[in-house]
Design a binder for this molecule. Structure first.
Ligand SMILES: [Fe+2]
Length: 257
């Protein structure tokens, strides 16, 4: 059914132009808030869109709602699944759900609590689980990647052999970000082309080696060819080498195997 490609275009253009079933849409920069105070720390936002064979759209980490984007997406499918892959990526799901009342909103662990504490108006109708739900099981597989507080669901789109990550690997493009992120990215090597495990997951993963090993083995079994992620440059090819480097190469070999 599908050719895969054109990740560099907006998802709607990508899906239409290349008849691909996976695309990304980058949203506006957003800002960290602590205790209700907005800090001058912009971070990138990105939504990954998968079109299922029945025409339903799976919106992973929806970006800020935008009427024009919503209309364009309707041109390529039915907005159906609004997915929070981890407790940090959920803020705009309520906006999309109000615009598309027929959608199913999928909760990640702890996200309901986080939304409530932060007074974000969103109702989650279903919980993500270690087993992919019937709605997309034949086309997308999933697992819960450990990382303590930062654990997240990762997905694998079978037809395009695409691994869909959120924060597990960060690969920031230095020319697209400003300080202090640039320095932080360099210090932690979370920048293109050296993308690395999100800094905050590294310590928890030391204590969850068995779970991490099992998760990586399952990812290996999928044999992904490409990796899409939420922050920074995606990997168009050689996903196996990236996974090997990030999860097994020193110093991570000592951590995760
Ligand atoms: Fe993130």
């Amino acid at each position: 059914m599908t050719a895969y490609g054109c990740l560099s275009l907006r998802a709607d253009e990508c899906l239409q132009a290349a008849r691909a079933d996976v695309g990304v849409v980058d949203g506006p920069f957003e800002y960290l808030t602590v205790g209700g105070i907005r800090l001058p720390l912009p971070f990138t936002t990105r939504m990954t869109v998968v079109r299922l064979s029945n025409g339903d759209l799976f919106l992973h980490s929806p970006i800020k709602f935008d009427e024009r984007l919503a209309m364009e997406l309707q041109g390529v499918g039915r907005v159906r699944h609004l997915v929070s892959p981890n407790q940090f990526h959920y803020a705009h799901i309520g906006e999309w759900a109000r615009a598309f009342p027929e959608t199913i909103t999928w909760a990640s662990p702890r996200v309901r609590r986080r939304a409530r504490v932060r007074h974000v108006d969103v109702d989650f109708t279903r919980d993500l689980n270690a087993i992919a739900p019937e709605e997309w099981r034949s086309e997308i597989d999933q697992l819960l990647f450990p990382g303590g507080y930062f654990k997240e669901f990762v997905f694998f789109h079978k037809t395009s052999s695409t691994l869909i990550l959120t924060d597990t690997i960060i690969n920031l493009e230095l020319d697209k970000i400003s300080e202090p992120w640039r320095t932080a990215a360099k210090l932690t090597r979370m920048y293109h082309p050296y993308g690395q495990i999100f800094f905050g997951m590294r310590l928890p993963l030391l204590f969850q080696r068995r779970k991490a090993k099992a998760a990586i083995e399952k990812i290996d079994s999928w044999q992904p060819q490409r990796i899409v992620l939420s922050h920074g440059r995606w990997f168009d090819a050689d996903a196996d080498e990236v996974i090997s480097r990030v999860f097994r190469a020193p110093p991570h070999r000592r951590q995760l195997s």
